[in-house]
Write a protein that binds this ligand. Structure first.
Ligand code: PFF
Length: 452
C-alpha cells in the first residue's frame, strides 16, 4: 500500500492528472461517499430497521459484498486511466454505451441531489442572518419554502455553481483542494456536535434508538434497505469511483484503500446518528424520515437548545453543506471527465455542458414540491422519479454489469488482493456469481417483480 507519502505524477501520464498525495485521494473518496445519504438517511433507517442489528448487516454487506463493486470501479479506473466511458470502451468498444449509462445515472442523481443542496444553502443563510424567528411552525415553513416557484430554483442553481467551480479548476487545484479543506472542517464540526449532543439528557434514548439490536427485524426488507443504502453511500454504479480511481498511481493498493473508505464512511454515518438522535429524544420529537428530519425536526431542536441554538444550527447546516458539496463535486467530475475525454472537449467547455444539462433536470425536480406537484409520471413526482430510477434501478444495474464485465472479461490478476490465493478465489466467486446475483435480486425487488 502506498502510505501518506507524496505520489508523484509520472511523466508518461503527464497529460492526465493524478492525486498529489494518498491523503488527497482518501479525502476525495470519502468526500464522495459521505453525503446527504449519511447524515439524514443512514441514522434514520438504522433506527427503524433494527438499530445494532441493522448496523451488523450493513457492516457485513459493506465489507464482504459492496467492497466488490467498489474495488472493480477503482480497478477499472486505475488500470485504464480513463473516465467511465473511456474505461468501458477500453474493455470493448461495444461497452461504450454502458459508460454513457453510468454518466446518465450520475446526472439523474444530480437532478434531485442539487435541489436538496439548494435547500441547505437557504437554511445556512436564514440561521446565519437570524431570519427565522423563534416559534416558527417549521413544517409549514419548510413546505412553503419548497413550494415557492423561484427561490428554491435560484438556490439550487447557486449550489450547482459553487459545486462546479472546483471541477472547472481541475483535479488537483479544484477537486482535491476542495476536499482537503472541506473534509477536515466537516470532521471537526461533526466531532464537536457529537460531543455537545452527548451532554443532553436524551443521550441515552438516542443511543438506544440507533444501537439497540432488534434481531426480530432481520428479514429480506432490512437486507435490501441496507444494501441500497451501502451502494448509494459508496457512490458505486455510476462511475464516480472509477473516475477517482483513474487519478490513482499504478502502485496504490486498492483493497487497503477500499477498506479505509468503507470504515471511514461507516464511522461518519454512525457519528451522524450520535449527533442527531440524542437531541431529538431530549425534546421528545419524532425521529421522522428524510428531509423532514433535517429541515423540520432539527430546527425545533435548535430552537429549544438552552444556549447558542442559532450558532449550533449554522454549524450543523454548514456541515451538511460541506457533506453535500464534496459529493456533488464527485458527481460533476464524473460527467465532466467523461465529456472531456470522450467528446474531446476542454475541461471548461465540458463543465459548462454538464451544468447546462443539470440545470434542465433541476427545474422539474425543484418544482416537484410546488408548481409541478401534481404532474406525475408512473405515479411519482419528477423528484421521486429521478431518485427511484437512478438509485433503485440504474445503480444496481450498472453495478451488476460492472461486476460481470470485470469478472468475466477483464479478469484481474491476483495482484488485486496482493497475491493472496485464498482471497483471490473468494474474490472471484463473489465477483462472478454472488454479487451479481444479489444485485439482480435487489433490482427485481425494487421493480416489484419479486414481492417480499
Ligand atoms: N454517496 C453520496 C451520499 O451518500 O450522499 C451520494 C453520491 C455521491 C452519489 C457521489 C453519487 C456520486 F457520484
Amino acid at each position: 500500500m502506498t502510505n501518506a507519502t507524496e505520489i508523484k505524477p509520472s511523466s508518461a501520464q503527464s497529460a492526465r492528472p493524478e492525486w498529489t498525495s494518498h491523503m488527497g485521494f482518501i479525502l476525495a473518496s470519502l468526500g464522495s461517499a459521505v453525503g446527504l445519504g449519511n447524515i439524514w438517511r443512514f441514522p434514520y433507517v438504522m433506527g427503524k430497521y433494527g438499530g445494532g442489528a441493522f448496523l451488523l448487516v450493513y457492516m457485513v454487506l459493506m465489507c464482504a459484498i459492496c467492497i466488490i463493486p467498489l474495488l472493480c470501479e477503482l480497478f477499472m479506473g486505475q488500470k485504464y486511466k480513463k473516465a467511465v466511458v473511456g474505461a468501458y470502451e477500453s474493455v470493448d468498444k461495444r461497452l461504450k454505451s454502458l459508460g454513457w449509462l453510468n454518466v446518465f445515472t450520475v446526472i439523474l442523481i444530480s437532478g434531485f441531489y442539487f435541489a436538496v443542496g439548494g435547500w441547505i444553502i437557504h437554511y445556512v443563510l436564514i440561521y446565519f442572518t437570524g431570519a427565522i424567528p423563534h416559534g416558527t411552525d417549521y413544517a409549514q415553513y419548510f413546505n412553503n419554502f419548497a413550494a415557492r416557484p423561484v427561490l428554491p430554483l435560484l438556490y439550487a442553481f447557486l449550489f450547482l455553481a459553487v459545486s462546479a467551480i472546483f471541477p472547472y479548476r481541475g483535479v488537483n487545484s479544484g477537486v482535491e483542494k476542495a476536499n482537503k479543506i472541506m473534509m477536515p472542517a466537516f470532521l471537526i464540526m461533526l466531532l464537536f456536535l457529537v460531543i455537545i449532543s452527548q451532554t443532553l439528557p436524551g443521550a441515552k434514548d438516542g443511543l438506544e434508538f440507533i444501537f439497540k439490536p432488534d434481531f426480530s427485524k432481520f428479514n429480506a426488507e432490512m437486507f435490501l434497505i441496507a444494501f441500497g443504502q451501502a451502494l448509494f453511500s459508496l457512490s458505486v454504479g455510476m462511475g464516480a469511483m472509477m473516475t477517482y480511481g483513474s487519478y490513482l498511481n499504478k502502485d496504490t493498493s486498492l483493497v487497503d484503500n477500499s477498506y479505509i473508505i468503507i470504515f471511514g464512511e461507516t464511522l461518519i454515518a454512525i457519528s451522524a446518528g450520535l449527533m442527531i438522535f440524542p437531541a431529538v429524544f431530549t425534546y421528545g420529537l419524532n425521529p421522522g424520515e428524510g428531509p423532514g428530519l433535517v429541515f423540520v425536526t432539527l430546527p425545533e431542536v435548535f430552537e429549544q437548545l438552552p444556549f447558542c441554538g442559532n450558532l449550533i444550527a449554522v454549524l450543523f447546516f454548514v456541515l451538511l453543506l460541506f457533506a453535500a458539496l464534496t459529493s456533488s463535486i464527485a458527481m460533476l467530475e464524473t460527467s465532466i471527465a467523461a465529456f472531456r475525454e470522450s467528446l474531446n472537449m476542454s475541461r471548461q467547455k465540458a463543465t459548462l455542458a454538464v451544468c447546462a444539462i443539470v440545470v434542465v433536470l433541476l427545474i422539474p425536480c425543484t418544482l416537484s414540491f410546488g408548481l409541478l406537484k401534481n404532474i406525475q409520471v408512473f405515479g411519482k413526482t419528477f423528484f421521486d422519479l429521478f431518485d427511484f430510477t437512478s438509485s433503485t434501478v440504474l445503480l444496481p444495474v450498472n453495478s451488476c454489469l460492472l461486476c460481470l464485465i470485470v469478472g468475466w472479461l477483464v479478469k484481474p490478476s491476483d495482484d488485486i488482493v496482493k497475491g493472496n490465493k485464498v482471497l483471490y478465489f473468494i474474490f472471484n466467486i463473489l465477483l462472478k456469481y454472488i454479487v451479481p446475483a444479489l444485485l439482480l435480486f435487489s433490482i427485481l425487488c425494487g421493480l416489484n417483480i419479486i414481492k417480499l
